[in-house]
Design a protein around this ligand. Structure first.
Ligand code: SF4
Length: 268
């Protein structure tokens, strides 16, 4: 086999990455439960994420660049939608001057939508919660295939559970009957969309789930007892969860208690 040439490291680009990582490390940890993660497969991950004292793996430069691309694509899509005659798109709550969103349980559960849109050509009279997700090409293709295979209103739930949960929470709290999602490739070169109907029963059940996790004194069950499970290998809390980290001044056992039966799922 012919050896591949070493591509080498550009020290200038490497310096950019270190700056990105240093800036991200300065961000204060989140102290509330965000609607965007309530649908994560592992409840224990959600529970850890609202405890700033639990050490999490710092974001690496590749993840930060992905986040930045997501924000840029969202802003670009808002501008593109606003350029369409008849479309109205709001991103600011006129009462607070901040992002449109909700909070519950004394601010311990919160979420902010990308916007609210009205005048979509496929549903001109109905206001929709608007969100934009920039995803990798493989996930974009999965979305495209589901669009071909399913009725539009079933696509989001089949495509991504976490995004669907987020959408249903927003519709529930903000009292909208519809959600409009634009899914884009990185950089916004290609995009598709789907609309979803609100499901208030699901929204109410998710609200209770959020309360249960917020009020829990002990960590919920792990998704797997095996640290080599593919989800655990990718998880920012694997060190503390599977017992290799020590939390200053608190001891680690409180964060490692296992409660309830274990689910051990593999990727679909
Ligand atoms: S390491 Fe695994 S079980 Fe623990 S929080 Fe992460 S995903 Fe859940």
């Amino acid at each position: 086999m012919v050896a591949m040439p070493d591509i080498g490291i550009d020290p200038t680009l490497a310096a950019i990455d270190r700056i990105l990582e240093a800036k991200a490390a300065e961000m204060p940890p989140r102290t509330y439960l965000g609607a965007s993660i309530l649908g994560a497969d592992c409840e224990r991950f959600v529970w850890y994420s609202i405890r700033p004292e639990v050490p999490r793996q710092p974001f690496n430069a590749a993840t930060i660049r992905r986040f930045e691309d997501g924000f840029a694509v969202e802003a670009q899509m808002i501008e593109r939608l606003r350029s369409v005659p008849g479309i109205e798109l709001w991103t600011v709550d006129e009462n607070t001057g901040g992002q449109i969103g909700f909070q519950d349980f004394g601010g311990r559960f919160r979420g902010h939508v990308d916007g609210v849109v009205k005048g979509l050509y496929q549903s001109p009279k109905t206001a929709h919660v608007f969100e934009c997700k920039a995803v990798n090409p493989k996930k974009f293709e999965e979305f495209r295939k589901l669009k071909l295979a399913l009725p539009e209103k079933e696509v989001l739930a089949a495509w991504d559970k976490t995004y669907h949960v987020q959408a249903m929470i927003y519709c529930f709290y903000l009292e909208f009957s519809r959600h409009y999602l634009v899914v884009s490739t990185p950089g916004g070169r290609d995009y598709l969309s789907c609309r979803s109907n609100a499901n208030n029963e699901m929204g109410a059940a998710l609200r209770l789930k959020a309360k249960r996790i917020l009020d829990s004194e002990t960590p919920p069950s792990r998704i797997s007892e095996r640290p080599e499970h593919w989800k655990c290998k990718l998880c920012d809390y694997r060190e503390v969860c599977h017992g290799r980290a020590v939390i200053a001044n608190r001891g680690v056992s409180r964060y490692q208690t296992t409660v309830g039966p274990q689910a051990d799922r593999e990727p679909a």
